[in-house]
Design a protein around this ligand. Sequence first.
Ligand code: ATP
Ligand SMILES: O=C(O)[C@@H](O)C(=O)CO
Length: 423
Amino acid sequence: MSRLSLGCIADDFTGATDLANNLARAGMRVLQTIGVPGAAPDTEADAIVVALKSRTIAASVAVARSLAALQWLRAQGAQQIYFKYCSTFDSTAQGNIGPVTEALMQALGSDFCIATPAFPDNQRTVFNGYLFVGERLLNESGMQNHPLTPMTDPNLVRVLQAQTTHPVGLIDYRVVVQGEAAIRARMAALRADGVRIAVADAVCNADLLRLGAALKGMPLVTAGSGLAIGLPGNFGLAPGNEADRLPAAQGLQAIVSGSCSVATNQQVMDFIAAGKPALAIDPLRIASGMDMVAEALAWADAHIAHGPVLLYSSAEPSAVRAIQGRLGSDQAGALVEATLAAIACALVQRGVRQLIVAGGETSGACVQALGIAQLRIGAQIDPGVPWCHARSPLAPEGLHIALKSGNFGRSDFFRAAFARLPA
Ligand SMILES: Nc1ncnc2c1ncn2[C@@H]1O[C@H](COP(=O)(O)OP(=O)(O)OP(=O)(O)O)[C@@H](O)[C@H]1O
Ligand SMILES: O=C(O)[C@@H](O)C(=O)CO
């Protein structure tokens, strides 16, 4: 087997398919595993993405799981490690990003790495260390209302510095635009000054290509999925589409959405406005002991034969705040995730073979409940979201599944995505 170029550790499941999608589009053969596999993979790959659900858990647990993933990836011969986090830098105050980066650096014997969530294809840009979503600063983008990881500071140097003991610096756009040599010189100067992690500006794909070239040979890179376009060239691989040709779609269609992000809320509204069948799952009714799974399935049984059904807990920020005030944010999140995962499993048992899950934590809960161990990455639906194919004990012949990041996808995503599957 040829040597693995990139070993990737993603801190959530939607983020993992996002990264795998970008690597495949940039010319790498990619394998995505759910958690750390027990054995070596049986297919050749240039990159392996290990998907963890480590974004919102205690930092010490996130570190332990990431180190286990690192150990496995190194055993597969990975030449460079890529720690993938969210393009909106989602993390709790204690972070997983700072502590996991520190731990990976230590384990790899590395004293310097960069950090950039920039993903210009999805309007995430970093300028003078400030993260923009479209034309808005991160803290004005809707991410300030995230149920689990509210992002209230757009300055990434400050956000990261609060999560790590390592000094954090900046490689600004004036350096990045000059290219590889200038970036390398800036990294050397920062390192000499004692900086250990440098936030890197990137406002366009050309910046990410320049950064990628400058990162050749570094043991560790940390980034959103955007940087993926800049790395395959370092391993002699040219852009091309290495996405798998997935089997023809069959079976029933469903969408399960636990994301309360701005884009997902719009996608839910679009689906409802188009007259498609949608059922809201109320966290307070779950908490009161109602059997929401049975209720949801009885509803789904009446509609699912005619086309895709949507089951959603997605809600506007004021409603989410009210629920969290009653239940606590962690408990509300866990209750909703468990319910949506049980619904997803029951839908697959009823014959759903084309499933969209919206939200990273929600996807983690559903994919784990479905017992999926590995995903094949197919064609992109919208930037950052590919169709995938996976086997589950509940669907041994396999099912198509798309894990949609909360803020990704056009507003008609829930209606348009199914038509993108191979017939
Ligand atoms: N109505 C609700 N009230 C409170 N919490 C909710 C509600 N609906 C969903 N949640 C919880 O909010 C969290 C949403 O996080 P999730 O990662 O699934 O979506 P996201 O952050 O938009 O997606 P991504 O991580 O891909 O950007 C989950 O833990 C979910 O259970
Ligand atoms: O980077 C992103 O925005 C996504 O891949 C993600 O991680 C959402 O959870």
